[in-house]
Design a protein around this ligand. Structure first.
Ligand SMILES: O=C(NCc1cccc(CNc2ccc3[nH]ncc3c2)c1)c1cc(-c2ccc(F)cc2)cc(O)c1O
Ligand SMILES: [Mg+2]
Length: 214
């Protein structure tokens, strides 16, 4: 029977990456997606921007919306300090099954909690169910029309600390126009655009970093 793209990405990791070496997992996925078939990972070019923001924020708790195969999950978690935690939400069970295996191959199960479900349902439960106080960093990479409603929900639930950072993928391609308009015009956010390219292509895309001023 025909394999799926996420299954083929997992295969590339298992064949080319070293168990317990997160950076080799990231490299294996990028090499596969650049040479064999495109996939919607944040990728190596935007990934370097992601790395610099994670290192600058040095977060204790991270929320990722949209796990897919776990590429950015592993990339972020590989940079976290020892007791830091990353919660990643994935709606598609087929993606979740693959991401769990990619995360395990990287040896990052202790830092990462993958929760299956949709952001709209799960975000209001994060405090009571997962003992989360507030996030230092939120990486938005799920359905682009959910970026704005989920940002408002995160604020309403008091899940973003003062000085906390929102980092949004794909603000140009596919685009998140309402989200961009909101964070760039709101007095409660200080936003900055990092121009880059859509993963594995020459098409323009970028990340928007927004600091919550409280
Ligand atoms: O659309 C994108 N990614 C989101 C996405 C997409 C599909 C399924 C899911 C299911 N996962 C999911 C859903 C809802 C959820 N709620 N809470 C968690 C959660 C999780 C998520 C995307 C597209 C392109 C792209 C495609 C084509 C093209 F030509 C150019 C660019 C590039 C990207 O980097 C992208 O990130
Ligand atoms: Mg993306």
């Amino acid at each position: 029977t025909q394999s799926t793209r996420p299954q083929r990405i997992l295969g590339a990791v298992q064949q080319n990456a070293t168990r317990g070496d997160p950076r080799s997992v990231v490299r294996a996925i990028d090499q596969y997606c650049r040479s064999q078939e495109w996939a919607m990972n944040v990728g190596d070019e935007k990934g370097c921007i992601l790395d610099s923001v994670v290192s600058e924020v040095n977060p204790s708790t991270v929320l990722e919306l949209g796990t897919y195969c776990g590429y950015s999950t592993v990339r972020i978690a590989s940079l976290l300090p020892p007791h830091a935690k990353l919660i990643t939400l994935e709606f598609n069970p087929k993606f979740a099954v693959i991401a769990r295996q990619v995360i395990a191959w990287a040896g990052l199960e202790d830092k990462i909690q993958l929760v299956e479900g949709s952001s709209g349902d799960l975000i209001p439960k994060l405090k009571e169910q997962f003992g989360v106080k507030a996030f230092d960093l939120v990486f938005l990479d799920h359905w682009k029309d959910r970026y704005l409603p989920d940002t408002k929900l995160i604020e309403e639930c008091g899940l973003l600390r003062k000085g906390g950072v929102l980092l949004a993928d794909n603000v140009i391609c596919p685009g998140a126009p309402e989200y961009l308009e909101f964070v760039r015009s709101s007095p409660r956010y200080e936003s900055q655009y990092f121009k880059s390219h859509l993963e594995y292509t020459k098409v323009e895309d970028g990340l928007e970093k927004s600091v919550f001023l409280g």
